[in-house]
Structures are given as C-alpha cells and as structure tokens.
Design a protein around this ligand. Structure first.
Ligand code: DQA
Length: 144
C-alpha cells in the first residue's frame, strides 16, 4: 500500500513551535517516525511538506492515480483553504486528516476544518502519534 503523507504550512519549523502543543519533534524526526511506523505496517509512505498552497494542491492532484491513501495535515490552511478542500474532495482513495494539536479545543478560528467532511478518518490532538494512528487506520487496525 502506497500512502502519501502531506504536511502543509509551517510544519517545516515544527521544532520551533510550542512543544506542549505540537510535541517538540523536528519535521525530520517526525518523518523518520512515520517511515518507521509505515514500514512495520507494510506500508510504503512518502512524506512531503511545503509552504506553498499551489504546490500542495499539485501534490494532491498527483495523488489521484498514484497512491492508495493520503494522510493530510494542512496546518492553518485546514481552517480556510477551499481550494485545498476542492482538490481533496476528488480523491477516490481514503483520506485521513491529522492535527498534532486538538484543534477543536483551541482558539475559535481553529475549530472549523475544511478537510473534516471529506476525510474518512480524523486524528486530533494525539501529537506525533496521531500519524501512527492514521497509518494503523489505513492498515485496517483501527475500528473503521
Ligand atoms: C495544526 C493545527 C493548525 O491550527 C495550525 O495552524 C498548524 C498545525 C496541528 O497539527 O495541530 O499549523 O494543523
């Protein structure tokens, strides 16, 4: 199973962001964990991050015919980018939305996600382990 893991705006500077909120790892460390978890679940993962919304959308388009599932943490775009939502909506494969922090219990503006109703599964507020749960869900190891 080929899984694309997309991290969006400001996730490249994860190690500088509030460790209580975001878990304290660098993006590199997070991606290494994701590759390790994927390997143990027999999943081939590819992690990508960008701060460019257009590039993020292009990567979603590339996923249409090329991967078996997508895991997405669109960062702040999650709260307002209808363009990203329109792109995600066309995926015919499972989509898991991950947020390191619990966006439903933070500032009002973070509570809404454009991704929520096009995702097959959501993992909020579990820190880096949220990506493991996303992979386990895709491997059929979480109650669907
Ligand atoms: C985030 C939550 C967003 O509100 C924020 O803008 C981020 C990270 C998370 O993983 O908790 O950049 O998506």
């Amino acid at each position: 199973m080929q899984v694309l893991v997309l991290n969006g705006a400001n996730l490249d500077v994860l190690s500088r962001r509030d460790p209580k909120m975001y878990g304290g790892l660098s993006l590199n460390e997070l991606e290494s964990r994701i590759y390790g978890w994927a390997h143990s679940l027999d999943i081939t993962a590819r992690c990508r991050q960008t701060n460019s919304e257009g590039e993020f959308i292009e990567w979603i388009h590339d996923a249409y015919d090329n991967v078996d599932a997508v895991i997405v943490n669109a960062g702040a775009w999650s709260h307002y980018s209808w363009a990203i939502r329109d792109a995600l909506e066309l995926l015919e494969v499972p989509l898991v939305e991950v947020h390191l922090s619990d966006i439903e219990n933070r500032e009002e503006w973070r509570r809404f996600s454009v991704v929520a109703d096009v995702a097959s599964h959501r993992v909020l507020g579990k820190g880096p382990d949220g990506y493991r749960e996303a992979l386990e869900y895709l491997a059929g190891k979480v109650d669907q």
